[in-house]
Each structure stands twice: as C-alpha cells, then as structure tokens.
Design a protein around this ligand. Structure first.
Ligand code: ATP
Length: 331
C-alpha cells in the first residue's frame, strides 16, 4: 500500500454531499424509469452507445435454466420471474437467477436487457413484477435496501465523475456513501486504488485521467467496501490489454468470496474470468452454463473468430429462430 493513496479528502466530504449522493445513487421510489437511464449522474458524463431496438420475436421463459448455487453456499442473488418494462418494451422479460459466490458473466447483444437487469440488482431500478432477494434481503423494504447498498458494489455503464476530485477523494466519497466506518475508509481506499493499479495517480484530479484510467477509478469505487455482491457493467471498456488481464485476475480473486456479475461484450473476458455465463436475448436468459459449455454449442455451426464467439453466435441464432417461430405461432 502506498502512502500516496492515503486520503486527505475524507473530511471534505460533508454530510450535505452525502445526503445528495445517496439520492443520486438511486432511490427506489424516486426512480423515473421512463425518463432516465443511468443511475449515476454525478458530474460530466462520457457518451453512451445508443441501444438498438430489440430483435423480433420473444422466447418462452426458460425455467429449466435454473441452477441453484452449491448446497450450503450463500445465495446472494435470488430472483424469480423478474420483469421490467419501459412502456411496451419488455427490457427484462421473466428472468430467474440464483447465484452464490463466483464470477458470473452476462453476455448479449445491444438492447438484450443486461443493463436493466443489473440496475434492478443494484436497487436503482425496481422491477415491474417478480421477486428479487439480494443478500438474503427484500430490497422493497427501506432498511433492507440500505443494508444491501452497504454491501453492494456497482459500476454502472456510465458513471459520472466530479472532474475536480482527486482519485482518492472520489473513491472516499463512495466509501462514505456506502456508510463505511470513517476510521476504515483511508485504508480501504488505498487498497482499492492499489488493486486497480492507480497508486501513482492517487492524488491526480479526475479531469487529468485517460478514459481507461477513469474506468479503473470506477472499478475502485465499486470494490472499496469489499462488497458481497459486485455488479460491473462493461468494466473493461476502454482498458488496455495489460489492464484487462490484471482486471480479470482481480475478478477471479473477488469471486472467491463474493458474487460478481459482469456484463460485457468481450467474450474473452468471460472465457478468462467467469466460472459461469448467461446469455440474454430480448430480455430473457437463453443460455446458462460454463464458458466451455457455451463454446461447445458453437462447434461446427457458429460464426466468429474464437470458439467462444462461435458458441455465442450459435446460441443467439437459435434463440432468435425460436423466438421468431413462437411469434409466428402466436400471431
Ligand atoms: N430508462 C429507459 N427508458 C426506456 N427504455 C429503456 C430504458 N432503459 C432501457 N431501455 C430499453 O430496454 C431495452 C434493454 O436495454 P438495456 O440497456 O438493458 O440493454 P443492454 O443489454 O444493456 O444493451 P447494451 O449492450 O447496448 O448496453 C432496450 O430496448 C432499451 O432501449
């Protein structure tokens, strides 16, 4: 741990900021889902890729994909028939998921519903219907939600940054939002900074950092409280290859104790870091298994340069065909 990562900004984050920050992190009741997308709007924003509309056809709900965690393991995520619509658009359309510790990859094309699912798990987007239990608590209760948020780490797709904050100040700010004991904050911040390999930039202002470095600051704020449930929405976007390799190793080590869910478009990240993977299409989970099982689905008929990409494209094509057929039957 480097001395440079010790915070001087903790005292600068006053109660007023903390109250405001809590609201911005997403109040279940205050969410205006039809108007607003990201949960965080703390400062200047980096652009978001616009989502394409979902493909045609919907698959039937796939209950046999349920695969409970090993007996005796903590069930940190337990969701049954979770749905979230934005007007007529079914962003999440009947998802069942039970997850214990480990690294779980979430794959799927643009608009498949990955971010919406993660936002529900992050308690910033209430489901339209269905049951969600996180860390053995029901997030509909205010006290339970607060406890979940203390033990949660969330890197949204678009995290806003205060440009004039230093790296340490920013991560400290999130540590305080997560209600960590103030005495524990400086060490936790220093550890998080080191884990994302930003020790040399600890005192740098955020406005001076590159996009990839900012993403690493985002990862650091997500892990500062050593969360039991870590949700990462495209964490490796903008990271260089060396940093991506380091990040995968960080995920594997975090996943030994916590439940880590990573939404990504990079199938190599899934192959290298995830014990299990789910593929979403049109709001549904259309595949769940190990990366090796996904690879096997592409043998002989997938499209792509890498074996895992062929598995991905084969499952997706089958799901789209099945969705189109069920759409044709019902119409
Ligand atoms: N706040 C919102 N208001 C209206 N529609 C939304 C909102 N959030 C998501 N959607 C829609 O829900 C669907 C799922 O979007 P979501 O962002 O969850 O997908 P995704 O799989 O994360 O996509 P990407 O890979 O492009 O990030 C899309 O059709 C999207 O346009």
């Amino acid at each position: 741990m480097r001395a440079g990562a010790r915070g001087r900004g903790g005292r600068q984050v006053g109660a007023g900021r903390r109250r405001r920050g809590n609201r911005r992190l997403g109040d279940y009741r205050a969410v205006r889902p039809d108007r607003e997308r990201p949960g965080h709007r703390l400062g200047h924003q980096r652009g978001r890729l616009s989502s394409l509309p979902p493909g045609r056809g919907l698959l039937r709900r796939d209950r046999q994909l349920r695969n409970p965690p090993a007996k005796g393991a903590a069930v940190n995520v337990d969701i049954t028939d979770a749905r979230r619509s934005f007007r007529k658009n079914k962003a999440v359309d009947g998802v069942d998921l039970q997850l214990g510790p480990g690294v779980f990859g979430l794959l799927g094309p643009n608009g498949a519903g990955k971010t919406s699912l993660l936002r529900m798990l992050a308690t910033v987007l209430p489901p339209s219907s269905g049951e969600i239990r996180l860390l053995d608590r029901d997030p509909r209760g205010a006290a339970a939600r607060r406890e979940i948020r203390r033990r949660l780490g969330y890197l949204p797709q678009n995290l806003g940054y205060y440009p004039s904050f230093t790296v340490v100040e920013f991560i400290e700010y999130f540590a305080l939002l997560k209600e960590m004991p103030s005495a524990a904050v400086p060490k936790a911040v220093a550890t998080a900074v080191e884990r994302v390999d930003l020790g040399v930039k600890a005192k740098a202002k955020l406005r001076t950092l590159s996009g990839g470095m900012l993403r690493r600051v985002g990862i650091a704020q997500a892990i500062v409280n050593d969360p039991d449930l870590l949700l990462l929405d495209e964490p490796t976007a903008g990271l260089d290859p060396e940093q991506r390799v380091q990040f995968r190793s960080l995920m594997r080590s975090l996943g030994e104790r916590a439940t880590v869910i990573v939404s990504t478009h990079l199938v190599e990240d899934v192959g290298a870091a995830c014990g299990e993977v789910a593929l979403m299409s049109d709001g549904k989970i259309v595949f769940r298994g190990t990366p090796a099982e996904l690879t096997a689905r592409g043998e002989g008929h997938g499209v792509g340069d890498a074996p895992l990409e062929r598995g991905y494209s084969a499952v997706l094509s089958a799901a789209r065909l099945s969705g189109a057929q069920s759409g044709a039957v019902s119409s």
